[in-house]
Design a protein around this ligand. Structure first.
Ligand code: FMN
Length: 193
């Protein structure tokens, strides 16, 4: 995606942004997590979040799960912008293709998404509402075009009020060559490496 297109198409810069921190700092209060109970779940439209998810998976060795809506968003950027805005305004919950029964077994769920209109894409909301994540730890990571996390962490906290949200990672587009190191540092900070 062309960055100028994105900047032209929307007024994201004006939208609120949160600090690059989640609602909790790390796992010290929870003790050691069994690493078999960690999942990397993500939604990606143009591939950047997928690349970040794969890098997290590579570094943690954990299971990975792609959130896929039954009806894909348009591959045309401007049409996708419109569809995403329509879904966000209507707080749509697009049906998902591949909900697995075993998602509920994980204690720590990385949840990755592109910043869409300064928040989470609605398939991510649909995913989060499909399971009971009470008492679980959610670890957001977000690919963005300048708006960083936007309101996305607040949106996740609202959907999952009984989950603990660890420090979120925001990544500019694909993250470039510093991505592996940035992820290593972040995983270290949240004690998940
Ligand atoms: C529908 C849509 C809405 C977007 N809204 C924002 C936004 O509000 N703020 C922002 O910084 N980037 C925004 N972007 C840019 C994406 O967050 C960015 O391109 C991201 O890297 C895409 O990740 P993906 O390749 O995993 O889909 C938007 C992109 C699309 C397609």
């Amino acid at each position: 995606m062309d960055r100028r297109d994105f900047l032209k198409a929307a007024t994201f810069a004006a939208m609120g942004s949160m600090l690059g921190k989640g609602l909790a700092g790390g796992l010290s209060a929870f003790g050691q997590v069994d690493k078999a109970n960690i999942l990397v779940a993500y939604f990606s439209w143009s591939g950047n979040t997928r690349g970040i998810a794969r890098q997290i998976q590579q570094q943690t060795g954990r299971d990975i799960f792609e959130i896929v809506p039954v009806k894909p968003y348009s591959t045309n950027y401007n049409t996708c912008l419109d569809e995403a805005l329509r879904d966000q305004r209507g707080q749509a919950r697009p049906p998902l293709k591949n909900l697995g029964e075993n998602i509920g077994k994980y204690d720590v769920i990385f949840i990755g998404y592109p910043n869409w209109w300064a928040s989470i894409p609605m398939p991510v909301a649909a995913f989060l509402e499909s399971y009971d994540f009470s008492g679980k730890m959610l670890v957001p990571f977000c690919s963005h075009g300048g708006g960083r996390l936007g309101q996305s962490v607040a949106a996740i906290a609202k959907l999952c009020p009984n989950s603990t949200i660890l420090e979120a990672l925001s990544v500019h587009y694909s993250g470039g060559s510093s991505l592996p190191g940035d992820i290593t540092a972040w995983l270290g900070r949240i004690s998940l490496l």
